[in-house]
Design a protein around this ligand. Structure first.
Ligand code: PMP
Length: 343
């Protein structure tokens, strides 16, 4: 087994943490109130196994017909695990683009299944081959916006890809709240499009562990049979429900973070980086010196954590999560010093 290695999670306070695409801002006050009130509830009792309050709130916030279109999970990573467990058998295959979210490969490995990567072409465009069907191909996964690039594929192209596939196409929308588009409508209009979402990024709740699947009710019902009975706890369900009721807070925080992202993009370009225009809460950048690992190490020595990523047969670069403006200023200053130190 080759394990998936998540980003570093150091003890709080030691680093300016710009490495795992969390929200630098705390969640809305209503969420903290809901957690307090859930903590005084009947914790000796099991939670609602299907997180009904959350699913109702999410269906309303997202304009879905009802809660039966939603399955709640312990982070979207659990939802992805359920999807691979449910759709891909031993010896069968899943497909993902490259470079993208490496966890999908690990999930296939755990299942005794195979995975196949379709490289992005021409600066993060998806080739038509991504939609080619095959008998043993049982699941196709597409992060949109993609990580580490922050780039998006249009709903029109996603519809086209889905129409040529004979298996489900999962659009992983972990970062979609930061983009100007999403594929939620497609779940109702296309038979084989499913969407995963998380509360770890835009909602500022990575510590709560909550994610969900949006799919046709019959798919939700079947996948519900293979989840742990109580996969979401009472406190998380209360927090996530309050988060879905906080759509104004969400719009404000996304606007603020997107402004910071545009400033970071412009200032990295000033420092000579090639920055991929991002629709997520992080940016992918490459410096002409190619000394990405050294820049990462220099920042780490100075208590700033970003992500160095090296994709075999493709290349390496730096992924920087959007922090507060002060954190991004500190990061930019340290990057400029790192580059100067090479001169
Ligand atoms: N999908 C993508 C593309 C991600 O980058 C992440 C974060 N690592 C996740 C899903 C999982 O997020 P979570 O389990 O916190 O919901």
């Amino acid at each position: 087994m080759k394990p998936y290695t998540p980003g570093e999670q150091p003890p709080p306070g030691k680093f300016i943490k710009l490495n795992t695409n969390e929200n630098p801002y705390p969640p809305p006050a209503a969420v903290v109130d809901a957690i307090r009130s859930a903590a005084t509830g009947p914790l000796n009792r099991y939670p609602d196994p299907v997180a009904t309050s959350f699913r109702r709130a999410a269906a309303e916030a997202l304009g879905l017909p009802g809660p039966e279109w939603i399955l709640a999970g312990n982070g979207s990573d659990e939802i992805l695990t359920l999807l691979v467990r449910g759709f891909v058998g031993e010896g069968e295959r899943l497909r993902l683009p490259y470079p993208s979210y490496i966890l999908y490969r690990t999930l296939a490995d755990i299942q005794g299944a195979a995975w196949e990567q379709t490289p992005f072409v021409d600066d993060w465009k998806l080739p038509a081959a991504f939609g080619q069907s095959a008998d043993d191909l049982k699941l196709v996964l597409l992060p949109n916006p993609n990580s580490p690039s922050g780039t998006i594929v249009s709903p029109e192209q996603i519809t086209e890809i889905a129409s040529t596939l004979t298996c489900p196409l999962v659009v992983d929308e972990a970062y979609a709240d930061f983009a100007q588009q999403n594929c939620i409508d497609l779940v109702q209009s296309c038979d084989n499009i499913l969407i995963t979402r998380t509360l770890s990024k835009s909602y500022g709740l990575a510590g709560i562990r909550f994610g969900f699947l949006i799919a046709k009710p019959e798919v939700i019902a079947e996948l519900g049979k293979i989840k742990d009975s109580y996969n979401c706890d009472a406190i998380s369900i209360a927090a996530a429900t309050a988060a879905m009721h906080s759509q104004d807070w969400l719009a404000d925080v996304v606007t603020k973070m997107n402004l910071t992202r545009e400033r970071l993009t412009a200032e990295l370009a000033e420092l000579g980086f090639r920055v991929t225009p991002s629709h997520a809460n992080f940016v992918w950048c490459q410096h002409p010196s190619g000394r990405h690992a050294e820049i990462y190490e220099y920042l780490k020595r100075n208590q700033i954590l970003i992500r160095y990523m090296d994709f075999p047969d493709w290349g390496d670069g730096l992924r920087i999560s959007i922090g507060t403006d002060e954190q991004i200023d500190a990061c930019l200053l340290m990057i400029s010093r790192a580059i100067q130190s090479f001169a």
